[in-house]
Design a protein around this ligand. Structure first.
Ligand code: HXC
Length: 300
């Protein structure tokens, strides 16, 4: 990311302590960089310690500041609890949580197994809630304020063909955002969400348009005719996580160049015409990526 395009003053986030799930790669890494650059202490978690260590070394090397990475699979509530204990021991309560970790792949729904559904929903739906619950309970007990931000998609408004477990799970987190903004607002805990449109990352491209086609890779799918730039997403995340906009609560905002208004932001137009052979080929490519990532986690 080009940090010179951040629109906020240095030191804006001094004293903030933020956890970004899935913060070692992709969009999570970009937002982590912005928070760090603006003065926050940043904790990241993910499944691969080596990726987290690389990310911490790279970003603190560039910007200084304080950052730490914890290997934690958010599907496991005990692992979350242990990680959050460590964060609290490192300097007290968090002031912010970005629920960014996710998993997804395109597939015809009739080709999914129960395991395939669970592989996605256990991360996006259950895991996000486990993180929120564990941290929320501590903040309420300690009477501390905080901002929670979840990274969703416009599918929470439209549904989305060919990514049904993700669309269902993220829609549930949209409901969580609205529900807890109301229920926990009295504790000073606020909940917002961002629906990014096309911000290409490696993990997303490998699973949502593995053959280079399909997915919403076509820049013509939004009226601005381009993908998002990372600093644009980071600026919105800082606005919602930093001090100064605490009255924003319970909102889910798209940042997609009006792609949602133009076409729903879904994969349907790109994928509806694919046949059996093309789906088989994409499935094989996605599974290859999943297997490689799994091997990395085993050694990392
Ligand atoms: C059908 C598939 C499949 C495919 C896997 N499965 N790929 N089924 N089509 N393409 C099935 C497998 O056969 C298996 O079921 C089950 O899913 C679990 O497969 P695993 O390989 O064991 O998966 P696992 O490694 O546990 O996890 C998969 C994953 C993984 C969670 C999705 O890819 C992951 O960790 N991804 C993180 C990164 C990521 O996905 N980034 C993209 C995020 S994009 P059986 O029955 O055979 O056991 C995003 C929204 C973007 O979130 C929005 C853009 C606008």
């Amino acid at each position: 990311m080009d940090v010179s395009k951040l629109m906020f003053r240095e030191g804006l986030m001094d004293g903030e302590r933020i956890l970004v799930t899935g913060g070692g790669t992709g969009l999570g890494k970009e937002m982590s960089e912005a928070f760090l650059k603006l003065g926050a202490t940043v904790y990241i978690c993910g499944r691969r310690q080596n990726k987290l260590d690389d990310c911490v070394a790279e970003l603190t090397g560039k910007h200084g500041g304080k950052m730490a990475g914890f290997a934690c699979d958010i599907r496991d509530p005990d692992a979350i609890h242990t990680m959050v204990d460590k964060i609290w021991a490192d300097g007290g309560a968090l002031t912010g949580v970005v629920n960014n970790a996710a998993g997804n792949f395109i597939s015809r729904t009739e080709d999914l197994s129960v395991n395939a559904f669970n592989a996605i929903s256990d991360i996006v739906f259950r895991g996000t809630f486990y993180v929120t619950l564990d941290i929320g309970k501590r903040l309420i007990a300690e009477k501390k304020k905080a901002s929670f931000l979840s990274i969703l998609t416009t599918w929470v408004w439209s549904g989305s063909a060919f990514v049904v477990p993700s669309a269902m799970s993220k829609t549930a987190i949209h409901a969580m955002t609205q529900s807890l903004a109301t229920e926990w607002g009295r504790y000073g805990l606020r909940f917002n969400a961002i629906n990014p449109g096309l911000f290409p990352t490696k993990g997303m491209s490998a699973r949502l348009h593995p053959s280079g086609a399909g997915g919403n890779s076509g820049n013509n799918l939004n009226p601005m005719g381009r993908a998002g730039e990372m600093h644009e997403l980071a600026n919105l995340a800082v606005f919602l996580m930093g001090p100064g906009a605490e009255y924003v609560n319970g909102q889910t905002l798209a940042i997609d160049g009006a792609g949602y208004q133009a076409n729903g932001g879904t994969f349907y137009p790109m994928l509806e015409g694919l046949g059996d052979a093309e789906w088989e080929q994409m499935r094989a490519m996605i599974k290859g990526t999943n297997a490689k990532d799994k091997a990395d986690r085993a050694t990392g």
